[in-house]
Design a protein around this ligand. Structure first.
Ligand SMILES: Cc1ncc(COP(=O)(O)O)c(C=O)c1O
Length: 371
């Protein structure tokens, strides 16, 4: 049998990256447990769930394959039966990018709200759009779902607390799509436990800013998560030997969120600094961003240079960067080797501005790129 790894053509090129966590992850995978998680017998997975529950101040955690699965199970577990509605920001991932999962799994009506400040939902937005019980013609709001960060923008802790108090007074449940909540915490907006305390269920992703290959966690009380676990099984999300991926996820939490190797505020902070540099490069040319750069996401406004997204991406390709339009997401690995990446990006920006005005319309592109 040929065990020479170099001859395995299905393997990609390892590439190079600063802060490459593969060695640490492979070591964790090498000693993970290989038990059945459907029966909750897998130590690595049980340990990750308990660890995340403790980290966020909740009773229980449930490992799920994706952020989408976590959000959908959380919402399903919080809701009972129609008529019921979920109030959320109109740009929420649960509305725009989860393949209609809410309709499929909960039959809930979605009440998508445009925030008045253009950035995040406030108590005033919620009050204005909330549908109480007992109005026969309306669909009652039973869950308020907040995404934090949304477009990389932080909803301040104080605002979340006000909305949570409003919801609790009315017996309404709170869900947080916290796929990127780690980023708000790393930016100093509040602690994980303070934010999570405002919600009944929260999804946090291991595979975005934290850099794990797979997975998310849903946290909440044990009764709610018991329902979510049952439904996870019903939709084929019960896993037999997930230790391989939960061990890697644990490394991602500890190394990316939980550690600060250079005393500069953690690896996530590096990506925020990179995003700020990108924003500054764009602004020096006269550009603006669609929303403030609070964390690691930069939303360029391509209207000012008046370049189409297709052309912008094409210039990116010519400069060796794979761009997908106006949303640029910095990650912690773009840091030590930032000069090369940012140098290329600077050339893309310079060329985009040099071509200014040659493009026809950016609006059609912009509309197609919510996420
Ligand atoms: C805010 C937010 N929530 C949820 C998700 C869904 O995560 P997944 O792609 O793992 O389903 C994403 C994915 O980018 C996201 O950005």
């Amino acid at each position: 049998m040929n065990t020479n790894i170099e001859n395995k053509t299905w393997l990609g090129s390892a590439g190079s990256a600063a802060y490459d966590l593969r060695t640490a992850m492979l070591a964790a995978i090498g000693s993970c447990s290989l038990q059945d998680d459907v029966l909750q017998e897998d130590d690595s997975t049980n340990d990750l769930e308990a660890y995340c529950a403790a980290l966020t101040g909740k009773e229980s955690g449930l490992f799920v394959l994706s952020g989408t699965m976590g959000n959908q199970l959380g919402l399903r577990a919080l809701l009972t039966q129609p008529p019921h509605a979920i109030l959320c920001d109109y740009r929420s991932h649960i509305v725009t990018s989860e393949a209609g999962g809410i309709a499929l799994l909960t039959s809930a009506m979605v009440n998508p709200v445009i925030p008045k400040n253009g950035l995040y939902l406030t108590l005033a937005d919620v009050e204005e759009n909330f549908k109480p019980e007992g109005r026969i013609i309306a669909c009652p709001t039973r869950v308020i779902s907040l995404e934090n960060t949304l477009y990389g923008v932080i909803t301040p802790l104080e605002e979340v607390r006000k909305i949570a108090a409003f919801a609790r007074e009315r017996g309404v449940k709170m869900h947080c799509d916290g796929a990127r909540l780690w980023e708000a915490v790393a930016a100093g907006a509040g602690s994980l436990t303070d934010y999570v305390a405002c919600f009944d269920t929260v999804t946090l992703c291991f595979s975005k800013g934290l850099g794990a290959p797979v997975g998310s966690i849903l946290v909440g009380d044990s009764a709610t998560l018991g329902i979510a676990r049952h439904i996870r099984k019903a939709i084929g999300g019960g896993l037999r030997q997930p230790g391989l991926i939960t061990a890697a996820a644990r490394v991602a939490v500890d190394e990316t969120f939980g550690k600060d190797p250079n005393g500069e505020g953690g690896l996530l902070k590096h990506s925020h600094a990179t995003a700020k540099r990108i924003e500054a490069m764009w602004r020096r040319l006269g550009g603006t961003t669609r929303v403030p750069v609070d964390t690691n996401i930069v939303w360029l406004d391509l209207k000012a240079p008046s370049i189409s997204m297709a052309r912008f991406n094409e210039i990116g390709r010519e400069e060796g960067l794979k761009l997908t339009g106006e949303r640029l997401v910095a990650h912690y690995q773009i840091y030590q080797n930032a000069e090369d990446t940012l140098g290329r990006l600077q050339r893309v920006f310079d060329r985009a501005w040099a071509e200014r005005g040659n493009a026809v319309s950016v609006d059609a592109d912009a509309k197609a790129s919510i996420y």
